[in-house]
Design a protein around this ligand. Structure first.
Ligand code: CO
Length: 153
C-alpha cells in the first residue's frame, strides 16, 4: 500500500467524467488499498479515484463504522432533504452548507465485481452523493447554498 497525492481544486482531472470499471484485478485492489490509506491519512470521510488522479468509477467511504469500497456506484433512488456542513479533501479549508437527499439507494460493485445494494441516510447518504458527484466531475461547490467562514484565530 502507498499514500497517493490528493489532487486539489483547479486541476482539470477533477472536472472530468470517470470511466466504468470492467476489470476487477490486482490493479483495482491496489488502487482501493491506496485510496483507503490516503483517505485515513488525510482524516477524510470519503475519497473518489479522480482525487488521486485516476479517472475510474471507484470510491472509498468511512463515516466511522468501517470502510465501504464501491466500484461503479450508481445513485438509484433519493428521498427527502438534509441540510448540513460539507467539505472535501480536494478543497482544504472550504466548508459550506449544502442540501442533499436525506436517504439514498445506491447500487455498486465490490472489489471482486459482486453487486451490492446500500440504503443510507444522513451523513452516509451525503458522503455517497458527494463521492458519486466526483465521478461525474462535480465538486460540492455546486451544491453550496452558504459558505462557512473559518473562525478567526
Ligand atoms: Co470531495
Amino acid at each position: 500500500m502507498a499514500l497517493r497525492k490528493i489532487v486539489l481544486e483547479g486541476d482539470e482531472v477533477l472536472t472530468k467524467k470517470s470511466r466504468v470499471v470492467e476489470v476487477f484485478d490486482k490493479r483495482l485492489h491496489d488502487l482501493l488499498d491506496d485510496m483507503k490509506e490516503t483517505m485515513y491519512h488525510a482524516n477524510g470521510v470519503g475519497l473518489a479515484a479522480p482525487q488521486v488522479g485516476i479517472l475510474k468509477r471507484v470510491v472509498t467511504i468511512d463515516i466511522g463504522d468501517g470502510c465501504l469500497e464501491l466500484v461503479n456506484p450508481e445513485l438509484i433512488g433519493a428521498k427527502g432533504e438534509s441540510e448540513d456542513t460539507e467539505g472535501c479533501l480536494s478543497l482544504p479549508g472550504v466548508w459550506g452548507i449544502t442540501i442533499r437527499p436525506k436517504e439514498v439507494l445506491v447500487i455498486a460493485q465490490d472489489r471482486n465485481g459482486q453487486e451490492i445494494h446500500i440504503t443510507a441516510n444522513d451523513l452516509l447518504a451525503r458522503a455517497l452523493c458527494h463521492e458519486i458527484d466526483h465521478l461525474d466531475g462535480i465538486l460540492f461547490r455546486e451544491h453550496v447554498k452558504e459558505y462557512i467562514e473559518p473562525e478567526e484565530e
